[in-house]
Design a protein around this ligand. Structure first.
Ligand code: ADE
Ligand code: ZN
Length: 334
């Protein structure tokens, strides 16, 4: 077997954790069509092929427009269950044993969808995933940063009714022009309520947004963070404190953060001692689930088995699992 085939085999057989996955971003065109019929919601596409052809993005903003349109077919609890269950079947295929998923209530509530329908559908599928496959999970609720902070407080209040299901809050959507400081009070309140915090930062936006996510929003992880290499002092802090960066290579290529996978800075980040791991972000839109991200990135950056091992270990170390569960999976890796 050649070296690359060994890496592919290693990736396929190893247990993994995924820490950066938007459940709405796992809506495959086939399910989008099925739900558009079931719920009688029109979508601006005639076929699955036409949907896939529209997934040609120039930046984050151009993707988000289509991503929010796609989410319009999600109406009932059953839809959120089906969406989540399809992702769980992909987890099973990729040997993901633990997943921490984001959801965006603010793209559903204004359409008249209840918070309860969203969270219950997701939660029931995750409970079944645990019963049927032993897959464990956490749910993180994201605020849409292009909206005002004021309107987020009501969503946080609703989340407080589901503290048994939601472990933390995050920040996603258009990064540029929507700095972390906009949400300082909201995140302070969320922390008071007992939620952990994470935030997308340094995907397209500047290193200052990573600093401010850490200092003002007190985040435990930075989602993406690939722009950190532009700031040496920031890199020193991220290394010293071993702040996890949930990197999403295929997403970064689809959204033109890097021209091609060979130009991705993941290996440079690893060489510096940053705590990074690989994730799929919005796999239905970006052309691949976790194993495909790992395999294609390994090929493009000439990663070795030890590099992949480090990425997978980092995924467990950086998760919100308890120490005992983390150690269980870390010892299984050796
Ligand atoms: N929402 C879904 N995917 C996202 C991404 N990659 N960046 C910001 N917001 C998102
Ligand atoms: Zn994301």
């Amino acid at each position: 077997m050649n070296e690359f085939n060994k890496i592919v085999e290693f990736i396929n057989k190893s247990p993994k954790a995924e820490l950066h996955l938007h459940i709405e971003g796992s809506l495959e065109p086939e399910l989008m069509f099925k739900l558009s019929k079931r719920n009688k919601i029109e979508i601006p596409f005639k076929s699955v092929e036409e949907v896939r052809a529209a997934y040609d993005f120039s930046n984050l903003e151009s993707f988000l427009k289509i991503y929010y349109e796609g989410s319009n077919v999600l109406i009932n609890e059953e839809d959120f269950f089906d969406l989540t269950w399809e992702y769980i079947l992909r987890c099973k295929q990729d040997n993901i044993v633990h997943t921490e998923i984001f959801f965006d209530p603010q793209s559903h509530l204004p359409r008249g969808v209840s918070f309860n329908s969203v969270i219950s559908g997701i939660d029931k599928a995750l409970k079944k995933a645990n019963q049927d496959f032993g897959i464990t999970s956490k749910i993180i609720m994201c605020f849409l940063r292009h909206l005002d902070e004021d309107q987020c407080f009501d969503v946080l209040k609703q989340a407080c009714n589901y503290k048994d299901k939601i472990i933390g809050v995050g920040l996603d959507s258009s990064e540029k022009g929507n700095p972390p400081i906009k949400f300082k009070k909201l995140f302070e309140q969320a922390i008071k309520e007992g939620f952990l915090t994470v935030a997308h930062a340094g995907e397209e936006g500047p290193p200052e947004y990573i600093w401010d996510s850490l200092d003002l929003l007190k985040v435990k992880r930075i989602d993406h963070g690939v722009q950190c290499l532009k700031d040496e002092k920031l890199v020193d802090k991220l290394i010293q404190e071993q702040i996890p960066l949930t990197v999403c290579p295929l997403s970064n290529i689809k959204l033109c953060v890097f021209d091609k996978l060979e130009d991705h800075n993941l290996k440079k980040m690893m060489n510096k001692g940053l705590r990074v791991m690989v994730n799929s972000d919005d796999p239905a839109y970006f052309g691949g689930y976790l194993n495909k991200n790992l395999i294609e990135t390994s090929k493009a950056l000439n990663l070795q088995i030890d590099d992949v091992k480090e990425l997978l270990e980092n995924s467990f170390k950086s998760s919100f699992l308890d120490e005992k569960s983390k150690n269980h999976w870390l010892t299984k890796m050796h």
